[in-house]
Each structure stands twice: as structure tokens, then as C-alpha cells.
Write a protein that binds this ligand. Structure first.
Ligand code: C2E
Ligand code: MG
Ligand code: MG
Length: 722
């Protein structure tokens, strides 16, 4: 339906004013597009003067590529009016959006159209901006939704403006319930947490804040980043870092475990090192530790000289045996403490095992060392209360040297000096001197050679016979070992047995002796009642294999046990009860046991009764004392006591006829010595009394003694005294 606006009656000058001053452009046109009038605003917007407009048509001011134009013209034609946005063309060809209102009217018979138009450029770009903003906002929301982080937005009044899906899910809330709500009311568990602090700090400072904290209500360890928003309020991103934390904790736990393991290992290492360098009982250094420390001292300080004090408790073995190892250990521990107390900052104290202690003094004068040795002896002689009251004395050997000093040499020298101090009766100190030095060099060489001697078959045995003083017959022979040294010639046992003992070689040597002795005894089996004695060192008796070894060798050569005798020194019984036990087992085989060198050792006559022995061999020194009244009295009491205990008495080292006579008068059963026979190899052994002794007047027997020699008694043959 075509509609034409009716003329309204406004005064003509009003129209004219609207036309001239309207803020919209105004054109008066014909429906065919010709332009009849244009106001000032239209001229301004389109760039033509009114005079020029009259020359123009629609095509000059419209952007006809815009299909909206055709539409607009059609609408106006149909409805009589159009209102919409069309693009207009300026004089310079550029176009712009305009809101156009146009209507047809009749002007005195002819149809005209007026066109109002308004530049919409600014409005359009504003709309575009708004649309863009909306689109961007939607994009942000989309991305917030697809984000793996959780997000919550709040406004300046702590109202929740937004919460993303992740946050909903993880916090267990619904968007509808919380958006618009107060943050602290929706999530009261945030209060008092570092997260609350972060929110408030971001608000206060206007700067982003990051915090890692636990949100207990959701069992959530979160890393929270709070951003102040430009429009006020906060954007809060947070993510679950529980897994990372768990991994970190696990890593921390592993690291801690590793650290602990490392510390344990280090401690164990340290303990091991400590154990390797220290003595368990006293906590003092051991030999290795001492050497190490001395090395360190020499490396670090300008040292001029070292002094070694070798300390040894006198008769410690007795304490150990009689009171037990616990008492012995207690005594050693106290001794160690006392030595440590005596040592100053520069003295090193060590225990070498047993009752051997060593102190090393750095740059000590001889006087200072003497004073220290005296102090050591005094300190160690103080009684020790360990249940029982133990009193021992101590001996000290000293040696010193300027640097370069060899600790081993100093120790050996101090040890040698110690032995001299002990030989002097103990409880004293002695210095090592040049002669001792030579001795120790000699000792070292001997030890070296000894190690080879057995393999090189350099040992041999000599035998010395002993004779029954009543029946003037050979009763036994004693095997004595010798060493044919390639350079030194024949070396007597006292020159090498102690060295072999100290070097731990005596057991092998002893076994060799045992083997040879049983073989020789078997060769002499045809001589009635002949017993072969051999000497053993205490060390051999510590070895519990000894009885078995003797039995095995007897069996090997088929020798009766009563053809064998074993000689031990008195100290064997003093040192250890274990040796007495081993000896008892040997004796139980039927092998006789003799105490050698009786009277030179520790045991008193009173102890004689306790010793499990068959024969007492009186030391040569008593035989030499025979001329004196005291000597004879001692010998006489030994003989009486031995006989009372059913033991035979043999005197050794008889060199004169007078001695032999005196011994015979005293009732000694048998005798040996150079007068009767020197030791000789088996093939050269005299089996009868020498003619010179035969030629003498008959030996006069002690009247009180009418005993039958053990060998004869044992075989049950009774013979009357001649
Ligand atoms: P011993 O068992 O007391 O042996 C007696 C020592 O006195 C022997 O010395 C012997 O040669 C010596 N002798 C014998 N009659 C006389 C004499 O009339 N005058 C003098 N002045 N001396 C005499 P030898 O052979 O030098 O042995 C010394 C010590 O060595 C022995 O003393 C014994 O304790 C030990 N010995 C010898 N052989 C062995 C052995 O195979 N093993 C062990 N462990 N020790 C042995
Ligand atoms: Mg002997
Ligand atoms: Mg002897």
C-alpha cells in the first residue's frame, strides 16, 4: 500500500530553519533520484555545494554496490517511507554508513521525496567495538572453560563473578550456587589460610601474588595466582599441585633416605677406620693408628726428634691366669686410662695388644723422657680396684732418635730396652743403647735367616745322655737342637730359640724336633728303659693340637709313649693354666713330663706339689752352688720334696767329680753334664759311663734314699741297691 505523508501546517520559516540548521543532512529529491535541494549539513557530509547537487543524481551520492540501496528504494516505493542504514558516497569517492530516513510526498501534483541522513561512522565503529569486546569476552570465557587451571573471578566487593568448570568440579560447587555469592561465605575454609592472605595482598598492593598452600576443604594443594583486575576485583587462577608436591615429597624422602644412607655409610666408614686404628679395650691407638699419627705429626710439624716409651706390665700373665680375663681386661683398661692421663697434647699413646703400651714423645729431652717413664711406672703401680685389689708393676724401655726417625726401628729398640728393664727385675726403665742396637740388628737378621732354615734343612739334633747315679747306667738322653747356619756355623739354641719364639716360628721348629726325636727314639728301642727327652717352648703348649700331634708321631713310628719325655720350663705353669691342661693331656698319653731348669723360674718350692710332673731337672746354677752350705741346703730340700711327691730328680751341668759325688750324697737320681758326656749327634753318643767316672771310687749313696728308679718301677722290676 502506497502511503504519502500529508502536508502539515508548520509555518514556512520553521521548515526553512530546520532545513538550514538541521544536524542531519537533508536532500529534497524526485523518486527517480534527481536532487533538487540540499541543506548545509548535507553539503558538509557529502562534499558538494547545493548548486552542484542540483546537477547530480542518486548514483552520485549512493554506494550502489550495496544491495541495500535497491531494497531501500523498493521499500520506499512500496511503503512510501524507508528507514535504515545505507552507505553514502562522498565527493571524493569514499563511502560512509548513514542512517537514512526517506519518505515520498506530493508537492502540488508531483511526487517528491525527502531524505534525512546521519553519519553513522562513529556509531558503527562503536558497535563493532562492542561486538568485538563481546566476542573477545566469549573467547576468554571459552578459554577459561577449556583451561586446565581452575579460575574464579571476584569483584571489588568479594562477590564471585565467575567460576570455571574445572574449579566447579574440583571444589565441588555449582556455578549457579556460587556466582553472585560472597567469596568468603562460599568458601569459608579459605579464611586464615595463606590463600586468603594472597587475595588481600593482591588487593592491597595492586600486584599479582602467587602462593602455594593447602585448601583443606577440597583436600587440594594448590598453586594460586591472584591477579588484580583493571575494573576492580580479582582474577584467581589455581591449579592442583598435589601430584607435583607428592613427587617432590617423594623425591625429598628419597633424598633424605639417600642422605641418611650416606651418613650411615660415612659413619660406618669412620667406625671402620676408627676400629682399624684403635684398640677396642682401651680406646687408645693401636699399632696402625700410632704409625699413622706419627706420620701425620712428622708431616705437619717441624719435628727434631722422637722418643718411644715401650711400656709393659710385669707379671700381667699371673693376674690374667689367677683372676681371669675379665680382671685382666679391667686392669688393662685402667692402665690405658692412666697412660692417656699422663700424656700431654703432643704425646701419643697406643696399646699394641696384651699388656704392651707405647707412648711416643715429640721433641722430648732425655730428662723429660726419664721423668715421663718414672711417672708411667708410678701411675701403673698404683693398685687397681676391680672387685679384687690388683697390684702390678710396670717396666719401660726407651729409645729416641732425631728425625728422620723410623718408628719401627725405634719400637724395636725400645722393646729391646724394655726386655733389659725386665731382666733387671722389672718395675724400672731402661734406655736402648748402641750395643743393644747391634743386638737388635743381629736379631733381625737371625729372624730373617730362621725363616729359611727349616726349608733348607739347617737344623740338627744332638743328644746328651744322663746316667743313673746308683746303677751307673744310662737312663735317658735329652735332645738339643742346633742350627748349622751357612755363615755363622753351628748356632746354639739359646741364640735362636728366643728369636723363633718372638717371630712365631717356634711351633714349626718344635714339630720338626718332635718328628726327629720319635724317629731316633724308635731306633733306640732296643736299649732297655731309655727315654728320650725333648724341650718345648711355652708357645707350643698354647697350641691345643700338641697332644694329638705327639700321639700321631708316636703312632707313626710305633713308639711306646713311655720312651718319650717332654721338658718344659717353670714359667709354663706360671703363665697359663691352658698350658698345664695341654701338658696333662700329653702326660695322659704316657709321656713323662719334666720341669727343666728348676729353681730359676717363678714357682716356689711350695708350688712344686701342684705341678703335674714326673721329673725335676735341677738347673746347672744350683749344681755350681754345691760348694756352699746354702746351695746344698736348697738342693737337699728340692730332692726331699720331689721324692715325697714321687718325682725323680735329675741334676744338669755336672762338670766335676766333686759335684757328682755331692749330688749322689744328696740323693739326686740321675745326672748329666760335660763330666759325663757332652751333647753329640746320635751316631756318636756314648751309651755307657765314661771310663774316668767308672774308675772313681764307688759313689756314696745318701742313706735315706733307697729308691728304685722310676723306669724300673714302672716295668715292675725291683732291684736292690748295690
Ligand atoms: P736345657 O734344656 O737346660 O739344656 C741343657 C743345656 O745345658 C744344653 O745347652 C747343654 O748343652 C748344656 N749343658 C749340658 N751339660 C753341661 C755342662 O756340664 N756344662 C755346661 N756349661 N752346659 C752344659 P744347649 O744345647 O745350648 O741348650 C740350651 C737350651 O736351649 C736348653 O736348655 C733348652 O732350654 C733349649 N733347647 C735346646 N733344644 C731345644 C729344642 O729343641 N726346643 C726348645 N724349645 N728349646 C731347646
Ligand atoms: Mg732341657
Ligand atoms: Mg735345663
Amino acid at each position: 500500500m502506497s502511503q504519502v505523508l500529508q502536508h502539515t501546517s508548520l509555518p514556512g520559516d520553521v521548515y526553512e530553519a530546520m532545513f538550514a540548521q538541521g544536524i542531519d543532512g537533508f536532500l529534497l529529491t524526485s523518486p527517480d533520484g534527481r536532487i533538487h535541494r540540499a541543506n548545509a549539513r548535507a553539503c558538509e557530509l557529502l562534499g558538494w555545494s547545493e548548486a552542484e547537487f542540483v546537477q547530480l543524481g542518486r548514483a552520485d551520492v549512493a554506494d550502489l554496490r550495496d544491495p541495500a540501496w535497491a531494497e531501500a528504494v523498493a521499500v520506499r516505493g512500496r511503503d512510501g517511507a524507508y528507514r535504515g542504514v545505507l552507505r553514502l558516497r562522498r565527493r571524493d569517492g569514499s563511502t560512509f554508513p548513514a542512517e537514512v530516513t526517506s519518505a515520498l510526498f506530493s508537492d502540488g501534483g508531483s511526487t517528491r521525496a525527502y531524505v534525512f541522513f546521519r553519519d553513522m561512522t562513529a556509531a558503527e565503529s562503536e558497535a563493532a567495538r562492542t561486538a568485538e569486546t563481546r566476542r573477545a569476552a566469549a573467547e576468554v570465557v571459552d578459554s577459561l572453560e577449556s583451561f586446565s587451571d581452575m579460575y574464579v573471578g571476584v569483584d571489588a566487593d568479594w562477590r564471585i563473578t565467575y567460576i570455571n568448570a574445572q574449579a566447579e568440579a574440583r571444589l565441588g560447587v555449582s556455578r549457579d550456587d556460587v556466582v553472585g555469592g560472597d567469596l568468603w561465605e562460599c568458601f569459608p575454609d579459605l579464611l586464615g589460610t595463606p590463600i586468603e592472605e594472597a587475595y588481600r595482598e593482591a588487593v592491597r598492593t595492586g600486584r599479582p601474588v602467587t602462593v602455594e598452600a593447602r585448601y583443606a576443604a577440597a583436600d587440594l594443594w594448590s598453586e594460586t595466582r591472584v591477579f588484580p583486575l583493571r575494573r576492580g576485583g580479582l582474577g584467581v587462577y589455581f591449579r592442583d599441585v598435589g601430584e607435583r608436591r607428592a613427587m617432590e615429597e617423594e623425591r625429598e624422602r628419597l633424598l633424605a633416605a639417600e642422605r641418611r644412607a650416606r651418613t650411615d655409610a660415612e659413619r660406618a666408614q669412620h667406625d671402620l677406620a676408627h676400629q682399624a686404628t684403635h684398640d677396642d679395650l682401651t680406646g687408645l691407638l693401636n699399632r696402625t693408628g700410632l704409625a699413622e699419627q706419627v706420620g701425620t705429626v712428622l708431616d705437619r710439624w717441624p719435628v727434631a726428634g722422637l722418643t718411644v716409651l715401650f711400656v709393659d706390665l710385669d707379671r700381667f700373665g699371673l693376674v690374667n691366669d689367677s683372676l681371669g680375663h675379665a680382671a685382666g681386661d679391667a686392669l688393662l683398661a685402667v692402665a690405658g686410662r692412666r697412660l692417656a692421663d699422663l700424656a700431654g697434647s703432643t704425646e701419643l699413646v697406643a696399646r699394641f695388644g696384651g699388656d704392651e703400651f707405647v707412648m711416643v714423645m715429640v721433641d722430648a729431652s732425655a730428662v723429660a723422657a726419664d721423668r715421663m717413664a718414672d711417672a708411667v711406672i708410678a701411675a701403673l703401680s698404683e693398685p687397681v680396684e676391680t672387685g679384687a685389689r690388683l697390684a702390678v708393676t710396670a717396666s719401660v724401655g726407651l729409645s729416641s732418635s732425631t728425625v728422620p726417625a723410623d718408628l719401627d726401628t725405634l719400637l724395636r729398640e725400645a722393646d729391646a730396652a724394655l726386655h733389659r728393664a725386665k731382666d733387671g727385675g722389672g718395675g724400672r726403665a731402661a734406655w736402648f743403647d748402641e750395643q743393644m742396637h747391634l743386638q737388635s740388628v743381629h736379631r733381625v737378621r737371625t729372624e730373617r735367616d730362621l725363616r729359611l732354615a727349616l726349608d733348607r734343612d739347617e737344623f740338627f739334633l744332638e743328644y746328651q745322655p744322663a746316667f743313673d747315679l746308683r746303677y751307673e747306667r744310662i737312663t735317658h738322653v735329652e735332645a738339643l737342637v742346633r742350627w748349622r747356619h751357612p755363615e755363622r756355623g753351628v748356632v746354639p739354641p739359646l741364640d735362636f730359640i728366643p728369636v723363633a719364639e718372638a717371630a712365631g716360628l717356634v711351633s714349626r721348629l718344635g714339630e720338626w724336633v718332635l718328628g726327629r726325636v720319635v724317629e731316633q727314639a724308635a731306633r733306640w728301642a732296643h736299649i732297655p728303659g731309655l727315654r728320650v727327652w725333648f724341650n718345648v717352648s711355652p708357645q707350643q703348649l698354647v697350641d691345643r693340637r700338641m697332644p694329638g700331634l705327639v700321639a700321631a708321631h708316636l703312632a707313626r713310628v710305633g713308639l711306646a709313649a713311655d720312651r718319650l719325655g717332654i721338658e718344659v720350663t717353670e714359667s709354663t705353669f706360671a703363665d697359663s693354666s691352658c698350658m698345664a691342661e695341654v701338658l696333662e693331656q700329653v702326660r695322659a698319653l704316657g709321656v713323662a713330663v719334666a720341669i727343666d731348669d728348676f729353681g730359676t723360674g717363678y714357682s716356689s718350692l711350695a708350688r712344686l706339689g701342684d705341678l703335674p710332673v714326673d721329673v725335676i731337672k735341677i738347673d746347672r746354677s744350683f749344681v755350681q752352688d754345691l760348694g756352699t752350705a746354702r746351695g746344698e741346703a736348697v738342693l737337699s730340700s728340692i730332692v726331699t720334696l720331689a721324692h715325697a711327691l714321687d718325682a725323680d730328680v735329675i741334676a744338669e751341668g755336672v762338670e766335676t767329680l766333686e759335684q757328682l759325688r755331692a749330688l749322689s750324697v744328696l740323693g739326686v737320681d740321675s745326672a748329666s753334664g760335660f763330666l759325663l758326656a757332652r751333647p753329640a749327634v746320635a751316631e756318636h753318643l756314648p751309651m755307657a759311663l765314661p771310663a774316668a767316672v767308672f774308675a772313681r771310687p764307688r759313689l756314696q749313696m745318701h742313706p735315706s734314699v733307697a729308691r728304685v728308679p722310676r723306669e724300673l718301677r714302672v716295668r715292675g722290676v725291683q732291684r736292690s741297691s748295690r
